[in-house]
Design a protein around this ligand. Structure first.
Ligand code: PLP
Length: 381
């Protein structure tokens, strides 16, 4: 039985064209980009081309792109790097990824005070409450662009417009970059994180985009690479893969988006017909979410039983963010949205990519409906 992969917010398959672009940089162009000889210079050229290309595709300058091992590192670098050492006030949201909530939790432990901007029932930050949270000592704001569990889009440019020049604004844009148009300078943020494996690039590389003239303390010491902001020999092949994947995402944006929209509404329609009642968690209005994500609850079932039985039925999906899947803890994202307990307990995340076919999505919905109906029949209430 073929597995139908509906977990593309966790990671996406590497595209063959991306792998092709990387290959020679793992073999022939093997130099250290920091070396002074011509072997090093070739590697450096490839690295800097990848940086320039990435920057151009997200509306940034090349010297603003710092390659990291992924978005977890990029988020940590931004949060710890921007706050400095003096105490102060931080504003974030309750729906951030753990790679943001946990560093902020650590900062709270060491004396920073933190406020979390509440979200509405659709999972969108309540922007009207922001002025009441801003303080003269607010030094850092961290709000994501697209949520990993529901796909909800956050009003990042509107938030940026309300902040004083002295306040740094970090944006985790991992679930947006490579999926919808993202322009770093137009967003008005100080730093932005992205990760290649979310848009058919390789795992192990992401970037922190850092606005020029921003003071950022490195997390690591021991090298001069990348302006000292992220020392260590740069992974040239991975950087080339990131740039190629982003380039393809950009070129194919219109077809991918249309196809994903259509796949998602077909999947939802089939489940509403064959596995009712189905509750949709997150925004339902067009333009308020990325089309890749569908968070659905199936009252009468439990998410852990659904996950296991769907895996047996050949459907790969998730109960929430990849880091918490397999755990029985309720999703903090859905809790912050005020999703009632009974609905929360059966929430599943299905996430799509343009590599899926109509047949796979139809078959996937059929398998999900069969599992849901069987679990409902057999559950003891
Ligand atoms: N931020 C968000 C919103 C994510 O969805 C993820 C991964 O699921 C990350 C950060 C972490 O990304 P990485 O896997 O590159 O560390």
């Amino acid at each position: 039985m073929d597995v139908i992969y509906l977990d593309n917010n966790a990671t996406t398959p590497l595209l063959p064209a991306v792998w092709e672009s990387m290959r020679s940089h793992l073999t022939d162009v093997f130099g250290n980009p920091g070396s002074a000889h011509r072997i090093g210079a070739r590697a450096r050229r490839a690295l800097e081309d990848a940086r320039e290309h990435t920057a151009a595709l997200i509306g940034a300058h090349a010297d603003e792109v710092i390659f990291t091992s992924g978005a977890t590192e990029a988020n940590n670098l931004a949060l710890f790097g921007l706050v400095g050492t003096s105490g102060g006030h931080i504003i974030s949201s309750p729906i951030e990824h753990p790679s943001v909530t946990e560093p902020i939790g650590r900062l709270e432990q060491v004396g920073f005070s933190v406020d979390r901007l509440p979200v509405n029932a659709a999972g969108i930050a309540k922007i009207d409450l922001l002025p009441g949270l801003l303080r003269p000592d607010t030094g850092l704001v961290s709000i994501m662009l697209a949520n990993h569990e529901t796909g909800s889009l956050q009003p990042v440019p509107t938030i940026a417009a309300q902040l004083e020049k002295t306040m740094a604004f970090h944006c985790d844009a991992v679930q947006a970059v490579g999926k919808i148009p993202v322009h770093f300078h137009n967003l008005g943020v100080t730093t932005l994180s992205l990760s290649a494996h979310k848009f058919h690039g390789p795992k192990g590389i992401g970037a922190l985009v850092v606005r020029r003239h921003t003071r950022l303390q490195p997390l690591m010491l021991g090298g001069h690479q990348q302006q000292g902001k992220r020392p260590g020999t740069e992974p040239v092949a991975l950087a080339v893969g990131l740039a190629t994947a982003l380039d393809l995402a950009h070129r194919q944006a219109a077809e991918r988006t249309e196809k994903i929209h259509q796949l998602r509404s077909c999947f939802l329609g089939l489940l509403q017909e064959n596995a009712s009642p189905v509750v949709r968690n997150g925004p339902t209005e067009v333009g308020c979410s990325i089309p890749h994500t569908l968070n659905l609850s199936f009252p009468g079932c439990r998410a852990d039983a659904l996950l296991m039985n769907l895996d047996l039925a050949g459907v790969a999906c998730s109960t929430g963010s990849a880091c918490s899947s397999g755990s029985l803890l309720p999703s903090p994202v859905l809790q912050a949205m005020g999703v009632p307990d009974e609905v929360l307990k059966s929430a599943m995340r299905f996430s799509f990519s343009a590599l899926l076919t109509q047949e796979e999505v139809t078959d996937g919905a059929r398998r999900v409906a069969a599992v849901v109906n069987r679990l409902r029949r057999t559950s003891v209430s």
